[in-house]
Each structure stands twice: as structure tokens, then as C-alpha cells.
Design a protein around this ligand. Structure first.
Ligand code: BGC
Length: 753
């Protein structure tokens, strides 16, 4: 299925790349859209224009909704998913409102509509944009089948603090990885053309800086200086504009005192003037009126004025535009031309979506959702999202002489909990759990299966059931322990101050470890957790994040060696919560750490002030993380050799070609995620110690060796410098081609004028 989709997608891509008539066609289609927008706009009253800028949430009473629509007071509805109701409302808009403008139906389709894929952070671990694109395409096909034509995804906020619950919804800590995955996701949702009835408009969110919430507490203030904003947080959004994202959503946070929903610099200067975005901007849920609570507006009128003037085109649910704009215009505080621009942006997307021609969803039995091919694609996505963190003595895959397996833990058979955050529509009845899948595979291999839950859910603390589970597990040859977090412990507003395992889960692993049997721990979670101790007590560890509907069969295939792990950490895994925020692409201090020991208890009483050498590390946690960014094992091993640059000096308009050899030195066919990092050694401002610039997945048979190469235009080494200009600064650089962000030998090169 994945292949069929990808073939189709690449066919479309080739067509669009080679079709010489294409540009002309696109231009004339755009001209037609613009003409239609202007014709319609000229007929609209101020109230009808403000109606288009108004998004409401669905309510139970369809009469009330219909009345608003009839009067032209609604442009979009979120959270309607019943095609019969959607069609009824759409019919009122088309047939009974004065101008017949269709409603845009929106929903948070974040990692699947019905068929749930791994959470985005898990998908990021695949380092495979095809997985993300296919997942989004399937989500769009399923969602559009009931009449949804707009999703609030992808979330492309850089997240470097796992306390922040929304880390689950994004693609992790890295700017480049997030950009690539964001683009893939937009392509998947929007398909070959927005006009295709299975396409849904994507929404790049949350613009901007939301992931840098102070203390990892949701909605909190951020303090990101412009250079950091431009170098780290904005590039995924610029990539989203270039990929044709139809809409943007503002973020809840205030940055340096300015809430994003009223931020002229972000919404006008950067998004419209620099990037030439021609879609529309929606506020986040009530974020217009929340500017009053922020202390950025005195009342609703001022909040509406600031948001509209900053460039918010549509207001999500708080209704202040409709209420306040007429008086603001009368008082000459707001120009109607600003309203016209906002309405143009919204109508443009409605025309591009083909809503005027094709407003209705198909009613009756839905054969699209949970199609077998969708389930298989979700399984493949889960397989590629599970990271093998540890595998002592090749505990995995399980050996053929194993006679009995104990399955233990609160996440082994938790159909709802393995789906993860933002699962409004996925039905847990379709979830395939690890217990069920392991049971199936065990039967094929004549293995006896012992199941004891141990704990009912991740916060359960029952010591008696832990003891019972350990007793049962002691009778097996190997123990599979499924631990982690319930779905509700990550996602919006679900932040944690402590990243240790909840409830009695740590005690459960300890009790299993004490049986003396090898413990294979599988962690299903919405974020990296601090599990150093539990890892030390496990012979092997798989980190699956929340793997979605098909997580069970995917994990079972990995445990039994039907599939081989290939995922890599999309975020740095800290040892202790106190280390966060923690990310590989940090700047250097003037006193970088030289050691990674935890020295706290080695310090002599009354030791001299400088006896430890004054470098940048924690006495009680050292310097290194538990696992660096880009880390992950396979059942096979890979070796890198002969890493060579085409030359060692480059002009700024040239392209680096780096060649290397990769060999599969183990016994399984496996896939390696090869990573290319660069360091700009010295600049007009300090630069990160490493930045990911390219990656590729390479599949090799045992003993197979391939010569491979990356190409990297020097222009991609540009950054926002001391003069706030995006430039490549000549000088010395290092480059690594490696298996993760902490490995490999630096290869030097120079950029000359
Ligand atoms: C979230 C958005 C979401 C919106 C609509 C907000 O609370 O921040 O990400 O799209 O609600 O559900």
C-alpha cells in the first residue's frame, strides 16, 4: 500500500516537474480564482465579510447553527464529523444564505482520522518523510470522506523540553528534521491539488515559538530573541509556505511580551512580506480574546483590532471580530480594506479547495475508513517509528529456542492508551494491542504465553499486583514488559514537572529484573522519559512512543525479528528532568564539559572551589544525555568508512559532495539512517556545535557495502548573522557523516569568498 501511494505521489511529482504546460495552467487557474474572489467580494456586505472571518465550534442544536449560517455569519465550523449533519449545514449555506458561500469544515486530524498512526514525534523517529506523507494522505482520504476539508496540522513547533506535553504532536527538537517532516505532511494532506475532493487544507501551527514555553508549561511565555527565532524556530514555517500550506495558525504564547495573535512582525513582516504567504491565518482557540488576559488588550474591541490589524484572517470561536469590527470601522479605527484582504485570503482557499463546485460529502456506509491498506500503512509507520535503545547480548529478536514468554505491564493490552494524544475519532475497538499480536505470533512458534498485567494503568501503584506479576513472569524464559504513559499524560495542557515513570512502573521493572529472567522493556509514551534506572535493569529496550492503531503487530514483528528496528531518537533523551531543555544543537560555552562523570559523591569534604576544573556540567547528572539525538540500534551493525569531500575549499555558490562507504557488518538485512551534520567553527555570532543538514535511509543485506553520497549546497550553511542578515560567512567548518549526533570523525572544509 505504502508503495502504491508513493508511486502515485511520485508520478504526480514527475508530472508537475516535467509538464511544460503546467505553469501556464497554474497561472490561469490562479487568475480565475482571483477573479472569482473579487467578483464575490464586491457583492458582500460588511456583515457577510465578517461572517467569513468567523469560525465557530459545532453545537448540538442544528437549528441555531443553521440560522447563523443562513445570515452569512459563519465561515467555518470545527468539530463536525457527521456527513449527514455536515451536508445539512452546507445545504443551508449554499441554498439559503444570500451569497451561497460554502462552509469550511475543520477538525484536528493530527496523526490519523480513524486509522491512527504513531504520534508525530514517533513518526519523526522514522526519519522517513514518506511515512509521514503517506500517513497524512490516508488521514486526508478518511477525513474528507465525511466532509472534513481542513485539518489543524502539522504542528511544526520546535520542542526541546519534554516536560511540554505537546512535544508529542511535533517532530522533535531539530529544525531541519521538522522542516522535512512538515513539508511531507503538508504534501500528504493537500495531495496533488487542493481541488481534489480527497485533499484537505493543511495548517502550519503554531506560529510561532510555542514550543519554547518557559519551564515546559503549556501556554507559557517565551523569550526567543529574533536571531534564534529566525535560525531555529521559523525555518519549518518558511518551508511550509514554500510547500504550499493553505493556512497558518497563530500560537498562544507571548514572545518578548507580544502575543502571536497580535504580532505584526510575525504575521505581516515575516509571513506576508518576506515569505509571500497567500493562504489565510486562523487564530488559535480564543487566542484573540485571550490577549486581554495576557494584558495586551484592554477589552474585546482592542483585542479584535490588534488581531485583525496584525493579520489574523479568521477568529477561532471567540466571536470578537463579528461583534466589534463594525463599530471599529465606524470609529475609523479599522479600515474596511483590511477586512477585505482577510476575506480575500479565506475565499481564495475555499475556491482552491473546490468547495463551491463540490461542497457535499458522501452519505451512507463509509468503506474508506479503516481500509485494510490504511491499517497496513499504519503498521509500517509504527515499525519504522520504534527505536531500539538497548540490546544486550542480542536479546532481541527472541531466539527460536524460547519456550515461554511473559507479557506484563499496563501498556501491553491498552487499546486506548497506545493511540496517544489528539485522537478524537480513532476508535479503540480497532486497536491491535501487543498482547494480541504476541499471542498470535507465539502460537505460530509454539511458545507458551503468560500474561499478568501487573498494573492496570500507568499511574497505578498496586504493589500486590506487581508481586503477582513478577511471580508469574519468573516462570517464563523471557519477559516483555510494556510500560509508559497513558495517552492523557501528554498533549495540549498536559505537561509534567517530573519525567520519571508514573505510578508503580519503576517498581514493576525492578521486581521483574529480580526474577533473573531477561527483561525486554517496551516504552509507549508521548515524550522521552527519564528511564536510566529501568534501562539498566532491562536486557533490551524498545521505545515506541504511542504507536497508534497497529502498534501491537508492529512491535510484535520487531520482537520476533519479522522486522528489524531502524528508528532514531528525534529528541535528546535526558537522564534527569533537571537537564532539560537539552538538545544536541546547542552553542558551545567558553568552558565546555570535559568529563561526563557524576561527581557529586566523589567531592571531598571542604574541597577547593576550583578542584573540579570549572566546566559546564551537572555535579549530579554529568553532561551527556541518556541518548543523544539521532541515536538508535538495529539487529545488525553498520560501519562507515572512506568519508571524502569532493574538495576542501568551496565558494558560496558551490555544492559540497561528500562520498562515503556504508557496510552492513552484521547478520540481518537492516536499514541505517545516515546523518550529515555541519559545524560552522566561528562566526559573527556563536554557532551551534552541530546542525543536521541531510539524512538518508539506506537498506543493506548482510555484508553488503555501498558507496553513497550527499550533496549540500553551501548556500544551506547560511544563518542570521550579527547584522540580522541571512548569509554564509566564509571560514572553517567541520562535517560529520555518522550514525547519530554524537558519533563520527570531523572532516574539515573551508568556505572562501
Ligand atoms: C490548540 C490547537 C487546535 C485547536 C482546535 C487549540 O486549543 O492549541 O492546536 O488546533 O485548539 O482544536
Amino acid at each position: 500500500m505504502t508503495n502504491r501511494f508513493l508511486k502515485l505521489l511520485s508520478f504526480v511529482f514527475i508530472l508537475s516537474a516535467v509538464g511544460c504546460g503546467k505553469n501556464n495552467d497554474t497561472n490561469s487557474a490562479n487568475e480565475t480564482v482571483e477573479r472569482r474572489v473579487e467578483t464575490l467580494l464586491r457583492k458582500m456586505t460588511l456583515e457577510e465579510k465578517l461572517g467569513q472571518m468567523n469560525q465557530i465550534t459545532s453545537y448540538a442544536n442544528i437549528e441555531d447553527l443553521s440560522n447563523l449560517i443562513k445570515k452569512g455569519e459563519v465561515g467555518s465550523i470545527l468539530n463536525e464529523i457527521d456527513p449527514v449533519r455536515i451536508n445539512a449545514l452546507q445545504r443551508v449555506a449554499i441554498e439559503e444564505s444570500r451569497l451561497g458561500i460554502p462552509i469550511l469544515i475543520a477538525r484536528d486530524v493530527i496523526h490519523g482520522f480513524k486509522t491512527i498512526f504513531p504520534i508525530p514525534l514517533g513518526q519523526a523517529a522514522s526519519f522517513n518523510p514518506d511515512i509521514v506523507e503517506t500517513g497524512a494522505r490516508i488521514a486526508a482520504i478518511e477525513a474528507s470522506s465525511v466532509g472534513i476539508r481542513w485539518t489543524f496540522a502539522p504542528m511544526i513547533d520546535i520542542g526541546r523540553d519534554p516536560r511540554w506535553g505537546r512535544i508529542a504532536e511535533g517532530f522533535g527538537e531539530d529544525t531541519y528534521l521538522t522542516s522535512v517532516m512538515g513539508v511531507a505532511s503538508i504534501k500528504g494532506y493537500q495531495g496533488d491539488s487542493l481541488n481534489n475532493p480527497t485533499s484537505i487544507a493543511a495548517c502550519a501551527k503554531h506560529f510561532a515559538g510555542y514550543g519554547a514555553a518557559e519551564g515546559g508549561r503549556d501556554y507559557n511565555s517565551t523569550n526567543i530573541p529574533e536571531r534564534l527565532l529566525r535560525n531555529v524556530f521559523l525555518p519549518p514555517f518558511e518551508a511550509a509556505v514554500n510547500a504550499g500550506a493553505a493556512t497558518f495558525m497563530t500560537s498562544f504564547n507571548d514572545n518578548d511580551g507580544i502575543p502571536s495573535t497580535g504580532n505584526v512582525f510575525l504575521l505581516k513582516d515575516v509571513l506576508r512580506k518576506e515569505w509571500k504567504f497567500d493562504g489565510f491565518v486562523v487564530s488559535d482557540w480564543a487566542s484573540v480574546v485571550e490577549m486581554i488576559t495576557h494584558g495586551y488588550a484592554a477589552d474585546e474591541a482592542e483585542a479584535a483590532l490588534k488581531a485583525i490589524n496584525a493579520g489574523v484572517d479568521m477568529e477561532m470561536v471567540s466571536g470578537s471580530f463579528v461583534k466589534e469590527a463594525p463599530q471599529l470601522i465606524k470609529d475609523n479605527k479599522l479600515k474596511e480594506s483590511v477586512i477585505d484582504d482577510a476575506v480575500r485570503d479565506i475565499l481564495r482557499i475555499k475556491f482552491k479547495l473546490g468547495l463551491f463546485e463540490n461542497p457535499y460529502a458522501k452519505e451512507g456506509s463509509n468503506t474508506v475508513c479503516y481500509d485494510e491498506s490504511h491499517l497496513q500503512a499504519a503498521k509500517q509507520a509504527a515499525i519504522e517509528s520504534v527505536i531500539l535503545l538497548k540490546n544486550t547480548n542480542q536479546t532481541l529478536p527472541v531466539k527460536s529456542d524460547i519456550k515461554s514468554i511473559a507479557v506484563v505491564g499496563p501498556m501491553a493490552n491498552a487499546p486506548y492508551e497506545q493511540l496517544g494524544t489528539w485522537v478524537f475519532d480513532g476508535d479503540k475497538a480497532y486497536t491491535q494491542t501487543p498482547l494480541k499480536a504476541i499471542d498470535n505470533l507465539s502460537k505460530c512458534h509454539n511458545i507458551q504465553l503468560i500474561y499478568e498485567q501487573g498494573l492496570t494503568h500507568s499511574r497505578d501503584n498496586n504493589m500486590a499486583t506487581i508481586a503477582k506479576a513478577a511471580n508469574a513472569a519468573a516462570k517464563a524464559d523471557v519477559i516483555f514488559a510494556f510500560i509508559g504513559e497513558e495517552s492523557i499524560l501528554s498533549g495540549e495542557a498536559h505537561c509534567l514537572a517530573d519525567l520519571n515513570l508514573q505510578g508503580g512502573q519503576s517498581a514493576l521493572i525492578e521486581a521483574l529484573y529480580k526474577t533473573g529472567k531477561p527483561v525486554v522493556t517496551v516504552v509507549m509514551a508521548g515524550r522521552p522519559l527519564t528511564i536510566e534506572k529501568e534501562i539498566s535493569q532491562s536486557a533490551a529496550v524498545l521505545y515506541s512512543f504511542h504507536p497508534g492503531t497497529m502498534g501491537g503487530p508492529a512491535i510484535a514483528d520487531l520482537l520476533f525479528g519479522v522486522a528489524v528496528p531502524s528508528a532514531k531518537t528525534p529528541m535528546t533523551f535526558p537522564k534527569a528532568t533537571g537537564q532539560v531543555p537539552m538538545y544536541y544543537s546547542h552553542n558551545n560555552t567558553g568552558r565546555p564539559a570535559t568529563r561526563n562523570e557524576v561527581l557529586l559523591n566523589n567531592i571531598e569534604v571542604e574541597a577547593g572551589q576550583t578542584s573540579l576544573g570549572c566546566t559546564s556540567f551537572y555535579l549530579d547528572a554529568g553532561f551527556d544525555p541518556l541518548y543523544p539525538f539521532g541515536y538508535g540500534l538495529s539487529y545488525t551493525t553498520f560501519s562507515y568508512s572512506n568519508i571524502k569531500l569532493s574538495k576542501d575549499k568551496f565558494k558560496s555558490d558551490e555544492t559540497i559532495k561528500v562520498e562515503f562507504e556504508l557496510e552492513n557488518t552484521g547478520n540481518y538485512q537492516g536499514t541505517e539512517v545516515v546523518q550529515l551534520y555541519v559545524q560552522d567553527k566561528s562566526g559573527s555570532v556563536t554557532r551551534p556545535v552541530k546542525e543536521l543538514k541531510r539524512f538518508m535511509r539506506v537498506t543493506l543485506q548482510p555484508t553488503e557495502k555501498k558507496t553513497l553520497s550527499f550533496e549540500l549546497p553551501i548556500s544551506e550553511l547560511a544563518f542570521w548573522n550579527i547584522d540580522m542578515k541571512k548569509v554564509v560567512e566564509p571560514g572553517d567548518f567541520n562535517l560529520w557523516v555518522a550514525t547519530d549526533s554524537q558519533s563520527g570523525e570531523a572532516v574539515p572544509f573551508t568556505v572562501i569568498q
